[in-house]
Design a protein around this ligand. Structure first.
Ligand code: 5GP
Ligand code: MN
Length: 332
């Protein structure tokens, strides 16, 4: 499995007339920011470029969409290029999979460990903290003058996927890119206020309710909670507003693994998994049919909330036990 060069991908993009961009379902800041940056660059280059969505963008990321997004699969009838960004299998955009595969050329740009090389052209690098960093490099290969709006979208991608430059995936490169974005005229505080200080009261109420289900397991090294449809109904929050809870649990002293179980539909439970220092949640997620990164991963379990909770708890307990064994070995 080999990457194409970004130069090759830039060349193919420059020769296309129409490009459709595919972020993953439950679009996050990295997917939305990466797509917005590239979409704007392609339009400046005179291309017919759109971001195709199958669900709503979270409210705090709407500022990135300056008329780039559509849910209309016929916006571009026969796209020269279909490009998936921040995701690497059609399962991450199920309703749009058929449209994606209809592209004359398909391209994948992603940074997930579990990504398969399934497109005509692929660039996957799990060392990169955010897909936005790869898009930054790609823009350098493209014939386009960067501007503040592109820079703000790149910054949105990097700040969200690195936990505002705090997570263990943060690199020197992440900071260097942010430094360069000063020269593009980016208003960093504006972007940060849009993303982080734009919280609906409903989200706070949801967090309050969800915290009532918090359980500490594995002698204090695991934490998990559930977000049910009933909580959404009671608070008026939407499920994307449960974002951040897994990080909140990981932040508890002594906790190494955290899990948040989200009841999207009865018997459709999406799980967010996080590890702090030693753990690998990508492995756990893979065992449960999902994937992701070392410290942040996820999966969808088709079972009741209670059953899914038991399955996740068993996995966390096993991982915590493994952690204990490794520590014991190191101390011999
Ligand atoms: P989150 O918990 O924020 O939804 O996701 C954390 C990370 O795990 C993200 O980078 C995301 O792409 C990945 N991830 C979440 N759910 C899934 C899934 O069902 N399949 C795969 N392959 N990755 C996932
Ligand atoms: Mn990402």
């Amino acid at each position: 499995m080999k990457n194409n060069s970004l130069k090759e991908i830039a060349k193919v993009l420059s020769e296309a007339e129409s490009v459709l961009l595919f972020p993953h379902l439950n679009t996050d800041g990295d997917a939305a920011g990466s797509c917005a940056a590239l979409c704007r660059a392609l339009r400046i280059m005179g291309k017919d470029a759109w971001i195709l969505l199958e669900d709503d963008i979270p409210a705090n990321l709407l500022f990135l969409d300056k008329g780039y997004s559509t849910a209309d699969k016929d916006k571009i009838k026969e796209p020269d290029i279909c490009m998936c960004i921040d995701c690497g299998d059609t399962g991450r955009f199920p309703e749009r999979a058929e449209k994606f595969l209809s592209g004359k050329t398909t391209i994948c740009v992603d940074h997930h460990m579990t990504t398969e090389y399934f497109c005509d052209l692929n660039f996957v690098d799990s060392e990169e903290a955010a897909t936005g960093q790869i898009i930054f490099d790609l823009l350098k290969e493209m014939d386009v003058m960067p501007d503040a709006e592109i820079g703000e979208a790149i910054f949105a991608a990097i700040t969200t996927d690195t936990g505002d430059f705090q997570y263990s995936n943060t690199q020197k490169k992440s900071h260097l890119i942010a430094a360069e974005l000063y020269d593009w005229g980016v208003d960093f505080n504006k972007v940060s206020v849009e993303i982080y200080e734009n919280v609906r009261m409903e989200k706070i109420m949801l967090k309050n309710k969800a915290m009532e289900t918090l359980r500490i397991i594995g002698k204090g090294r695991g934490a998990l909670l559930c977000v049910s449809l009933e909580m959404l109904r009671a608070t008026g929050a939407s499920m994307d507003e449960s974002e951040g809870l897994a990080q909140d649990l990981r932040a508890i002293s002594g906790v190494e693994y955290s899990a948040v179980l989200k009841e999207y539909e009865p018997d459709v439970i999406k799980v967010s998994l996080r590890a702090k220092r030693e753990g690998n949640v990508s492995e756990i997620a893979s065992r449960l049919g999902g994937g992701g990164h070392l410290k942040a991963a996820g999966c969808t379990i088709r079972a009741s909330l209670a059953e899914a909770e038991r399955m996740v708890e068993r996995e966390l307990e096993a991982a915590i036990e493994e952690l204990g064994k490794n520590e014991a070995k190191r101390n011999i």
